[in-house]
Write a protein that binds this ligand. Structure first.
Ligand SMILES: [Zn+2]
Length: 366
């Protein structure tokens, strides 16, 4: 074997190791070169990678970075970007240009399996799409990962009262704890991935804040049509390891989310404005309304291989800035309290009238 062949064998071995372990699947040439003790400018290494790309074992991807804070910039906004959405630096003023770098992604293996998923619905859990949703998600996931679809029954007018939220959240937390115990018992990982919609996002955020549930840890979290406040402190939960990563899927035509802060105590328009926490990923679909994420056709697209949700749940996230990724433009402020108080008072009145009816309906139709 010539030294040249031996060297190539070593590189191949490193690629195989990474694919086998599902680790280090995305890297720049410089990083790879460093890990195998090669020179990134070595023509042999460059042609080795060109061959990998040609054989479709690897993909070459362009990533743009802010030259000042090194953040990866949302791919679809780069041409029009005058300043960095992360460090706010004005590129022209600073006399710098966006850094373009290439990285490679090894194909044919995912970084991560979807182990098991807990789906937390919004209100009105009888909507027809939710039946379809349960079916789709349970069938389309490639690894046939178990899916727990959590329903909390009727929560209609209850949402106006905070203590009832907490009770619903505690019930959900208890259920999740049981599921985690069962999962670890059957040698599954202890951290489920979460897909939460609408009011389910609020319940999930309450569990994260509740000291009684501090023992519960989660994998990757997708919130859709979120009514969590944009200033919710996701970062501290990500940094502490309780949550691996968060993607906030925003519907550009969502008309329910902006009303949340007036009707549901503690809620906010996270699913419209986006989350301010820098460690989260906000992705907008301009065509989606509040429940369009779960329309069978859209859902199928999202959880099929290469779909947004599938990619978020399986891919390495260091360079993951899908189409539609955005950083909230303005610092969000809740609407002034007299407005919120007035609207909520009106709704309390409605509650006192309609509450007994809601109770009655639950008794009749649990
Ligand atoms: Zn920056």
């Amino acid at each position: 074997m010539t030294p040249f062949e031996a060297q190539e064998r070593r590189w191949e071995a490193e690629i195989n190791r990474r694919m086998g372990q599902g680790d280090g699947l995305e890297f720049t040439l410089a990083h790879f070169a460093k890990s195998v003790g090669a020179d990134a400018n070595d023509p042999a290494l460059i042609s080795f990678f060109n061959n990998l790309v040609r054989s479709t074992a690897a993909r070459r991807i362009e990533a743009c970075r802010c030259p000042l804070c090194a953040s990866v910039l949302p791919a679809n906004t780069v041409e029009t970007l005058a300043s960095c959405p992360y460090c706010q630096a004005d590129f022209q003023q600073e006399g710098v240009e966006i850094t373009v770098e290439y990285f490679y992604r090894l194909e044919g293996a995912n970084s991560r399996d979807i182990r098991w998923v807990i789906v937390i619905h919004g209100m009105n859990s009888r909507a027809p799409w939710q039946e379809e949703f349960s079916w789709q998600i349970a069938n389309r996931l490639r690894y046939s990962a178990p899916v727990l679809i959590y329903k909390y029954g009727w929560a209609t007018i209850d949402v106006l009262i905070t203590p009832l939220h907490r009770r619903l959240a505690r019930r959900l937390g208890d259920r999740i704890r049981i599921a985690i115990k069962q999962a670890t018992g059957s040698e599954r990982p202890s951290k489920p991935d979460i897909i939460a919609h609408s009011f389910g996002t609020r319940l999930f955020s309450l569990i994260l804040e509740d000291p009684d549930f501090q023992d519960l840890e989660f994998g990757r979290v997708i919130t859709a049509g979120s009514i969590v406040r944009p200033d919710f402190d996701w970062s501290s939960h990500i940094e502490s390891g309780r949550v691996e990563a968060v993607m906030n899927h925003v519907g550009g035509k969502d008309s329910a989310v902006p009303l949340a802060q007036y009707t549901i105590p503690g809620a906010g328009p996270g699913g419209k404005v986006g989350y301010a926490s820098m460690s989260t990923l906000n992705v907008s679909n301009p065509q989606f309304g509040h429940s369009d994420f779960f329309v069978p056709q859209n859902l199928r697209t999202q959880i099929a291989e290469g779909g947004l949700w599938y990619d978020f749940l399986t891919r390495p996230l260091a360079h993951f800035r899908p189409h539609g990724a955005f950083v909230p433009a303005l610092k969000w402020q809740p609407a002034c309290w007299p407005v919120r108080a007035l609207i909520r008072t009106l709704l309390y009145v409605v509650f006192c009238v309609a509450g007994p009816l809601s109770w009655l309906r639950r008794k009749i139709d649990p």
